[in-house]
Design a protein around this ligand. Structure first.
Ligand code: GAP
Length: 516
């Protein structure tokens, strides 16, 4: 499936099969806000469970919390979000369309990358097996010129972004001849900073004093609870605190479905370490987090690290794990070495000590922090893009047919096993199928369905990613055996109904993900 096609299909599949709906659709929707439907919420819960088990339950030295969304407004002053959590905004004067100035430049850079890759692909086709890609990339004049252009723009963008050089950023957009995709004009406003935090007001305090923010990251709830958690759990460094929860950002460019949302969910873990040991742990978590993705079956070639040139105000090293989304390689997860910035700032602004007493060194200090941070929704999009497949399968009477199948890892699948009577209008078959469903529903999420012909029922279960279908037929009534059909291989086997739970459990158990 072509990448463009895949993205459209993922979006329509999500709606058609009850994974994701546009929020407030009956009122024409609310931009960049989405609701998860029956299968979407199951998949989302499974993703969160996989993360929680692997981060919290698999580590003796990581504990979980669930902090409030509303926090004291000073927290966002200390964290730097009030002053520095900005995106550079630019408007096109003709279309009135608003853009992120840095994203306009990044999109321009993406086009150069596409040109380079096209050049390589053309040469590969021309030279066949004799093609040496490394040599071609290092000698072809057109590739070299484009690489140089790309790198120059990248360096300038990094400089303008980290030093807030907004005039230079506008000049770069003009120099590159970037036009608005709606009006086609290059008639741009000045670039200005736009703070991404949503604010609201406490009912009992008027004015600035009562101003509250919706948290733009869950991490601060961890930082301000660092000492509470350390003391109540008696953890020794290094140790981590994990949390899953909603975050809110007033994104300027909020497109690409659930990739960039205004209300989303994060899974974050702050790992507190001795100062000076942060780089060791930074590398450790980069490696561990990549393995987490690979265990799900995400192809290695679709994942890559991207080191930040443009470090956030709190970090001394940062990398993204990028996934090859249908619209190209983009950030899926961030791993950041946040130094002691946050704890120090909270210590200063609150006047309370946030220090750890190290019994081995016999001294107090503010720990350094390595953070892993992934958006649940981005992970959802990654899992769906990876899993949605259209394939040709053998049909009845030797004819081939196409099926749409969601090849999710069985541990993530929303429904683990569907029980389907061969005929919907035979009370004996439907009664037996219901009895089997009522038996297995205690073990995992199962589904009973008699709403169509068996072929249609299989197709529907394939489309929602159900790893096993059980067919109840006339033989079942005689000997208590059923046909169990495996989603990916389409293999069918006859087993006793007492074996169903054992067979299904083996495949859906999250334990395999940790072994893998
Ligand atoms: N605490 C660090 C932090 O929040 P970030 O790189 O801004 O770092 C971490 O965000 C992750 O949260 C991203 O890698 C992404 O998966 C997710 N994320 C960030 N903004 C998002 C948005 N607007 N919509 C969906 N997911 C988002």
């Amino acid at each position: 499936m072509a990448q463009d096609d895949l993205f459209k299909k993922v979006i329509s599949h999500c709606k058609e099969y009850g994974f994701i709906y546009q929020s407030s659709e009956v009122y024409d929707g609310l931009s960049a806000v989405y609701d998860y439907g029956p299968y979407g919420s199951e998949l989302k819960n499974n993703l969160k469970q996989y993360w929680w088990k692997s981060m919290v339950q698999m580590h003796e030295n990581i504990v979980g919390i669930d902090s409030a969304i509303f926090m004291h407004p000073k927290i966002w002053k200390a964290s730097g979000h009030v002053d520095a959590f900005n995106d550079p905004l630019i408007d096109n004067k003709d279309s009135k369309k608003r853009y992120r100035a840095d994203v306009l430049v990044e999109n321009f850079m993406d086009k150069i990358e596409v040109k380079i890759n096209k050049e390589v692909a053309k040469a590969k086709k021309r030279f066949g097996d004799a093609f040496d890609e490394v040599q071609f990339r290092s000698t072809n004049p057109r590739v070299l010129a484009n690489v140089e252009k790309y790198n120059t723009i990248k360096d300038r963008l990094a400089d303008y972004m980290s030093n807030s050089k907004l005039d230079e950023l506008k000049a770069l957009i003009e120099e590159l001849g970037i036009a608005c995709e709606v009006s086609g004009s290059k008639n741009w406003t000045e670039v200005r900073q736009f703070n991404l935090m949503f604010s609201t007001q406490l009912g009992n305090i008027a004015g600035e004093e009562g101003k509250l923010y919706l948290r733009p990251e869950t991490a601060q709830g961890i930082f301000v609870n660092f000492l509470n958690v350390q003391k109540s759990t008696r953890q020794k460094l290094p140790f981590g605190i994990a949390q899953i929860g909603k975050a809110f950002r007033n994104e300027i460019v909020a497109r690409q479905f659930i990739f960039r949302m205004r209300e989303f969910e994060q899974m974050e873990m702050q790992f507190f370490v001795r100062p000076g040991e942060e780089m060791k742990w930074y590398e450790y978590w980069k490696d561990a987090r990549l393995k987490w993705h690979l265990a799900l079956g995400t192809p290695e070639e679709n994942l890559r690290f991207h080191d930040h040139d443009n470090l956030a105000h709190y970090a001394n090293a940062a990398a993204d794990i990028q996934y090859n989304f249908p619209f190209g390689f983009k950030e899926l997860e961030g791993i950041h070495s946040r130094t002691d910035f946050d704890l120090n700032s909270h210590q200063e602004l609150s006047g309370r000590k946030l220090q750890y007493f190290d019994p081995e060194l016999n001294e107090n200090y503010v720990p350094f922090v390595v953070e892993t941070s992934i958006g649940v929704d981005r992970m959802f999009l990654c899992a769906m893009s990876n899993a949605l497949v259209e394939e040709v399968v053998p049909g009845t009477e030797g004819k081939e047919s196409t099926r749409v199948v969601l090849k999710l890892h069985p541990a993530l699948a929303p429904v683990k096993c569907a029980v389907l009577p061969l005929k919907r209008n035979d009370d004996n078959l439907t009664g037996k199928a219901r009895a089997i469903f009522n038996k297995i529903k205690y073990s995992f999420n199962a589904q009973y369905d008699d709403s169509g012909s068996i072929g249609k029922l299989y197709r529907r279960q394939d489309a929602i990613g159900t790893p096993y279908c059980i067919t109840v037929d006339f033989e079942t009534l005689e000997d208590d055996t059923v046909t169990i059909r495996e989603r990916d291989s389409l293999a069918q086997e006859r087993i006793h109904i007492d074996k169903i739970e054992e067979v299904v459990r083996q495949r859906i158990d999250m334990k395999q993900l940790f072994v893998e």
